[in-house]
Write a protein that binds this ligand. Structure first.
Ligand code: OGA
Ligand code: MN
Length: 241
């Protein structure tokens, strides 16, 4: 369905996204207890062109380092690997947004992974947010990269949550209306990122190739990287256009 339509480099920006401020921590239930996890200081994962851009991204691009344990990462990879192994890496995406990748969608996960993804969703989406049941799995080769694009507003809503598996990377967000304004986001292996609202609608996002994978002057070594993404349903207004 929507998978191949998600990336649209030139999609119209929606004007009426919510500016509601989120708490910078998230709570989720594990058995009876509520566990709070904090995003780290945005300075540690955002390198921005200017203070204003930094403020926007600190609010709307959240990163939770070590969201997964090594065991949880392994559990996800163990379920994903046999599925993607059957596919060939591609170099020409239909909209030319991505290079050296294979991708699929998955709805049913084993019990352990289902719990992990439940935690991702509870951390990323406010209670009651209608979500796309399918998770999107993207396997990028070591030399693969994602070019700048904005996810199509017709096919997904205001929040994109992604797990970064197997390798760290740098995700660059560039303001659509002023390309001199941007922020580089450090995504460590096993981190969860939540891109929402202004970061999702007003900025393009891309994953930098190995030769450009640098954050605050330090090389971020790229390897094969698998991301697992959850999205919410598109706004009704956008769905019907
Ligand atoms: C996408 C995308 C980001 C990621 O597939 O549209 O932007 O973390 N992926 O892999
Ligand atoms: Mn995208």
């Amino acid at each position: 369905m929507a998978l191949l339509m998600i990336r649209s480099v030139s999609c119209a920006l929606t004007q009426n996204f919510s500016r509601k401020c989120w708490l910078r921590s998230c709570g989720y239930s594990k058995t009876a207890a509520i566990i709070q996890i904090q995003t780290q200081d945005p300075q540690s994962y955002i390198e921005a062109s200017d203070d204003e851009t930094f403020k926007i991204l600190a609010n709307d691009m959240l990163v939770y380092d070590n969201f997964l344990t090594k065991e949880e990462e392994k559990s996800l990879i163990t379920e994903i690997e046999p599925v993607v192994k059957r596919m060939r890496y591609e170099y020409e995406h239909w909209d030319d947004a991505i290079h050296g990748y294979r991708e699929t969608e998955r709805k049913k996960w084993n019990n352990e992974n289902q719990l992990i993804l439940k935690r991702v969703r509870e951390c990323s989406f406010p209670v009651g947010t209608p979500q796309i049941d399918f998770t999107h799995i993207l396997d990028l080769k070591k030399d693969g990269y994602i070019k700048p694009h904005v996810d199509a507003v017709r096919f997904c809503g205001r929040i994109i949550a992604g797990l970064c598996l197997l390798s760290p990377c740098v995700m660059r967000l560039v303001m659509v209306d002023d390309k001199t304004r941007y922020g580089d986001i450090l995504l460590n292996q096993r981190a969860l990122y939540v891109m929402k609202d202004r970061a999702r609608y007003e900025f393009s996002h891309e994953v930098l190739e190995e030769s450009k994978s640098i954050f605050k002057g330090n090389v971020v070594p790229r390897d094969r990287r698998i991301s697992v993404m959850c999205r919410n349903e598109p706004d009704k207004d956008n769905r019907e256009t």
